[in-house]
Design a protein around this ligand. Sequence first.
Ligand SMILES: Cc1cc2nc3c(=O)[nH]c(=O)nc-3n(C[C@H](O)[C@H](O)[C@H](O)COP(=O)(O)O)c2cc1C
Length: 158
Amino acid sequence: MDIDGRELRNALGRFATGVCVVTTVDERGNALGLTANSFSSVSLDPPLVLWNLQNGSDAYDAYARPRRFAINVLSAQQLALSNQYARKGDHLLDPAHFRHGRHGAPILRDALVSFECELHAAHEGGDHLIIVGKVLDVSGRPGGNPLLFFSGAYRELH
Ligand SMILES: Cc1cc2nc3c(=O)[nH]c(=O)nc-3n(C[C@H](O)[C@H](O)[C@H](O)COP(=O)(O)O)c2cc1C
């Protein structure tokens, strides 16, 4: 059975997710942020998480082989950040939006939770690269509601 791309995208969109901004530093030392909802937990021991990077991303080089990166889970108040860091070719982090993590990755201020990682593995996955990170540090704030993504639109918990 041939699967229609649009149908598949719509079907996959029926899986509700949170929204993250993945942050890292490029080779010139610029802090970057890219919106992603492909985040998933992988393993507790060792502590591993993953996200998937589009092969065609303008920021591919910085994100495909990062020494350190962080996955920042957005709160319902951070919808504007999600849109800002989803703009094509425009991933420079606003200095007001981040602090430096203990292990060198930029950490988004006011995220629900941030996982600071070192690169554990990268696997080819069709038109995406599966990036597995080993969690070095977890920070965040208690409480707060998540920003959600479902059927191509942002949602909030009710
Ligand atoms: C809600 C949402 C989720 C996204 N999830 C991903 C993702 O998991 N992986 C990814 O590579 N891009 C994802 N994107 C797209 C990127 O944020 C961004 O739009 C794209 O990378 C821009 O093109 P560029 O990378 O060439 O600059 C997502 C965008 C939105 C709005």
